[in-house]
Write a protein that binds this ligand. Sequence first.
Ligand SMILES: [Zn+2]
Ligand SMILES: [Zn+2]
Length: 444
Amino acid sequence: MRLIILIGFFTSSLGLYRHRHVRAVHDGDTGAADSYLEQFGYMSSAKSVKLHSTSERTEALKSFQRFNNLPITGKLDHDTVHKMNTPRCGVPDMEPSSDGLPKPYKLGPKWTKKNLSWRVTNFSDRLSNSVLKSEIARALKAWSDVADLSFTEVSSGEDIKIKFVTGSHGDNGPFDGEGGVLAHAFFPQNGDAHFDEGELWVVNKTGTDLFIVAAHEFGHSLGLDHSENDDALMAPYYTGYITNYQLHPDDIAGIRSQYGEQQNPSPTDPSPTDPSPTDPLPTDAPRPTPAVTVTPPPVDNRPELCFNGYEATIKSKKIYEFDSEGTRTRVLKIKKEKGRKILPEKTRAAFAVSENQVYMLGDSMAWQLDLSTLTISSESIKLISEEFPGLPSGTEAAMLYDTQTVYFFQSTMYYSFDLQTNTLNGGPYDAAAEFIKNDCEVLK
Ligand SMILES: [Zn+2]
Ligand SMILES: [Zn+2]
C-alpha cells in the first residue's frame, strides 16, 4: 500500500526516474541517448534486458527534436547530441504513456491558494545564506510581479521547501554533480525545489546563475511545465546568465492562465528608514537597528559568522568565507589538536567578537576559535552555563550587536547578554515583534 502511494506521487509530480545519472552523449552512442530519452520522458523504459528497437528510438528522437525545435531527422545527429549535453532541469519534458508514445504534459496542477510561504532548509556552501535567500526571493518575485500570487519567507510550516543537496536525496531524481541536471521541482500541492549542490552556483555573473535556475524551478513549483518555446524561461535548458532578466510572454501567459493577473502590484521593498514598529522594546535591551524585516531568525544547521563586513558560515570543521557579493572565496579548516576531537560538540551557533576571535556554541559547551591560527585552545572549552551564566540551553543562532552585547536566538525568541559584565541583560524577547534581522546586514 505504501509503495503504491509513493509511485503515484512521483508519477504525477516529478515523473518516474530510474536511478541513473545523465551521462555525456557522444555521436553514435545509442545507449547513452536511450538513457537520456528515457529519463526525460521521450521513450518508456526498456523492459529488463531488451533494448529499444531502432524504430522506437527514431520516433523518440523525432519527438525530442520537435520539442526542441531542431531539424527532425530521427537520427542522433550533431545538433541532437549537442542539445543532450546542455545542462538542464531534471523535470521530464514528456510523459511516457502506457502505449509507449510520449505525450507533452499539459499545465501542471495549481495551488488552491495565492499566498504561498517558502523556506530554505539546506543552504549551499557556494553562496552566503543572505545572498542565497535574496536570490530565491527575487526569483519568486519574478512570478508574483506578473501573476496574482504572493510569497512569504517563514521559519516553519512552509509550502515550498527549498534545498541544496547532492546525489540521492530522498526522491527518485538523484543529482549528478556539475553539469547535466542542475535542479528539479515538484508541482503543486508539493512545490518543493531541489538544487544540485554539485553545481558552481553564482550570482550576477557567468557560472550557474542561481536566479535564472531558481525562477525556472519555481515555475514548476507553481504548476507550469516545460515550454517548447526556446526563448521561454520554462524551456528545459539552462541558457546562462542574462542581465536584467525579464519573463518571456510565453511564461507570463502560462502563469496568468493558472492564477490571473497581479491585482496588487507589490510596492518596492521598505527602506531601512521606515518608522520603527509600534511594539515597545524592552527597556533593558539595546535598541536594534531600524526595522528591516519581520521574519524571525532562520534556524539553519550552518552557523553564520559576521564581523565588520566579514561573512562566513561554519559547517562541521570547515569555515566557508564569502566576498561582499556572497560568492565563496575560501574554505578554512579548523586544526586538530593531539588527543582531542576537533570540535568538543556539534556547532549550533557562533559569533565573532573581533577579527580573529570567534565564540562557538554546542548543546552544552562553548569554546573559542582563533581564526588566525585556526585552533581551539583547551582552556577556552567551558560549559555554556559557566561561560554565559543565565543563558538557557537551545541556542540556534547568535550575533554580536555592538562591541559588548550578544543576542542569542532560540526558536523565535532571543536573549540579550552583556559580554563585559558577563551577565544576561534579559529575555526571552519576541524576535519577530522586535524586528531584528539575524544576519550580517545588521552589522554593515
Ligand atoms: Zn524544468
Ligand atoms: Zn530532489
